[in-house]
Every structure is written in structure tokens, then in C-alpha cells.
Design a protein around this ligand. Sequence first.
Ligand code: G3I
Length: 385
Amino acid sequence: MSCRRKFLKRAGYTTVSALLATGFLQKYKQKEDYSTNADRENYASANVTSSLRQLAAAKGKRYGAAISSDFLLKEKDYANLIARECSIVTPNGELKWNATEPQPGQFTFESADAIADFCQKHNIDMHGHTLFWHMGKPDWLPYPPTLKMIEQHVKGVMGHYRNSKVLKSWDIANEIIADNEKETDNATYGLRKGLKPELIRDLFLIAASVDNSKKFYLNDFGIEGATWKSEHFLKMVEYLKNSGVKIDGAGIQSHLWFSTAYSFDEKGFNSVLERLNDLEVKPIITELDIIIDAPLPDSIEKLDQMVADSYKRYLDLCFAAKVDTVITWGLTDRHTWIRHPDWMPGKTFRDNPNLWKFLRPLPFDENFQPKPAHNAIAQAFEQAS
Ligand code: G3I
């Protein structure tokens, strides 16, 4: 068995398609490009003196990152950076089903509680990710789980945080929409194979019966433009609203790829944000990170500038549509999931180790120094109305 297969097996992946991590990241690919307009800011030379959380707060917004309890405990400078920069965090894996209910009915919250304690200490909100997902699940759990299993899980996990002052929101369901029409047996809502809209409705109803004091989100990727997927995501949001279910917001993950080789669907993305606002389902950005796809520039400096430029363009659109929460999927390039060999993005990067240095998707570098991307995010917050 290859290392990749061993890793995925340990990680609990059961389906053949999940094992094929070779195309996995392609699913996150968002057809967007970036501009190299000479008149754009040179983010490298910006002098930002406030933290991102301060700059966000000045506009009534929140900035944060996905974090891991392991790194929090092992790397003091990491913990300090999170405390300084973030007003909201998402546990990277600590609240997923495989972490919280590894055996049926047996719950464990040690690592998620470590994050909650950290949040309490540093006045940081915690975003609960996630109660329902086809990945990050224990081997014993079928997908979709039965309603009884869902009820037991939601009661166990949400119940544990019912009185939490820091955990303020939940991704009730994550990635329930298929990537395209071939991967669904539900033409109306485009749900992943095996899912029924009623099951998702009931999941939201159960969640509300356990703790309706938190904000409830439906979270997904590949919805940052006018796509088959975003259309079906919006239909599903509409269905939940029409069913009278509590749904406060939509989590737009935003694992984005920008490139000069393909175009940026600004209009389509605006329309998704507008339609969510019209439905009174608040869009937030839950997992932002940015890869530059081929053709790659000839230096890291140029690449960093392109990443920064992409952040700025994207966030300007978000803020124009009143998005008030931006969470990046990690804070530093040292910890990005994208550099992990098992998640290495396809085509351009996977088989080209000499290009891995071009994977610099986050605001801080491996040495925790702010990058141009950080300065671009800062500037987007500063310019937001
Ligand atoms: O913590 C163990 C470690 O003890 C062990 O030695 C090691 C063995 O390889 O595995 C470690 O756990 C891994 C964990 O990441 C922490 O690195 C898991 O096996 C691995 O499956 C897990 O992957 C995470 C993945 O979700 C599945 O849960 C990624 O870090 C995480 O970034 C990714 O996050 C998802 C979001 O939840 C949903 N949206 C897409 C996003 C990126 O794929």
C-alpha cells in the first residue's frame, strides 16, 4: 500500500473517489484570474501597524483563521500570532465527527475544548465546523448517517457547547451539494448522492431544538461564481428557508485558484452574494486561501504580489456585499493544508516538487512574517465601508 493510500485509510476515507486524492483539489478550483495592472498597490511595501483583528473591528467586522489545537499547544509563537490577529477561529478538525464521536455514542471534546479555552482567554469567537460532512467521519459511520445517528451526534456535540460563551456559530452541514450533475441523483437540489433534502431539513430542525442561540450556516466550496453548483446551493438555501428552518447564513469556503489563464467571474460571484442577501441568509467567508495556477511567475516576490492582488480583489467584492466575517483556512504558510503531501493540488503542483515553493496561500509566511497578502487583507478592511 502506498504512503498516500495508508494516510487516507488512517484518515478514515472509505470511498474510492475519496481515495483518489489526485483530483481532490481540483474540486476546489475556482475559475478566477488576477490582474497584474501596474497601477495596483505594491503590497510588499505597505506599512501595516495594526493587527488584522483590529482593522476588521474598526469596520464592525471579524477576521480569523482555521487553527489546530496541536499547534496551539506545541508552538508558542503560533498561539501568540493567533491571539494577536484573530477575532474568530475555526477548529481545523477538532469538531468533526471523527474527532468528537469516534465510537457510537462516545463523545470526546479534549482538543476542541482546548481551542474553546484559548478563545475564552483571548476574547476570540469560535465557529463550529462541522456537524455533518461526508469526510472527517469515523469508519463506523455510514454516509449519509441515519436520522437517529444524526440526532445522537447533534445532541452530544451541540449540547456540550450549549452554554459556551465563545462558540457562536455552527456549520450545521458541510459540502452537501455535488460538484456537477453527474454526481447527484437529486436533480432539483443537486445534493450529493444518497442525500435527501428532507434529511438536511431535519438536521437543521434537530440542531435548532438543541441550541437555537447560535448562528446556523450551510457551508460549501465552488460557489464563488455563477456555476451549476452555486445555483443548486442557492436552491437548497431557499428550500431550507421555505421549510421554515432556522438558517442564518451561508459559508462560502473560497479555496480559490487565480490565474492569468482563466477569467474571474466577478459578476457571477456578486450575484451569489446578492441573492443570499435577498434571502436574508448572511454570506460569510469561511475557508479562504489562494493558489496561483500556471503560468507561474519567475519569482516568489511576483507570486506574493499576485496572491495579494487576488485577496484584495476578492475581499473588495465581499465587503461591497456587506460580508462581515472573513476566515482564512490557516494563518501561516507553515501550516497550510495545501502544502501537506496528501493534499497537494493536482496538475500544476502535485508531480512538480520544484514548484511547491509557489504554494503560498496565506497572509503570513513559514516564519510567521506578514506577506503582501496580509497587507492586501489589511487594506481591504481599511477601505471597507
Ligand atoms: O492529527 C493527526 C496526526 O496525529 C497524525 O499523525 C496524522 C497522520 O497523517 O494525521 C493527523 O490528522 C490529519 C489532520 O488533517 C491534521 O493534519 C488527518 O489525518 C487529515 O485527514 C486531516 O485533514 C483535514 C481534512 O479537512 C479532513 O478532515 C485537513 O487538515 C483540513 O484542512 C481539511 O479541511 C477541509 C474542511 O474541513 C472542509 N473544506 C475543505 C477543507 C480542506 O480540505
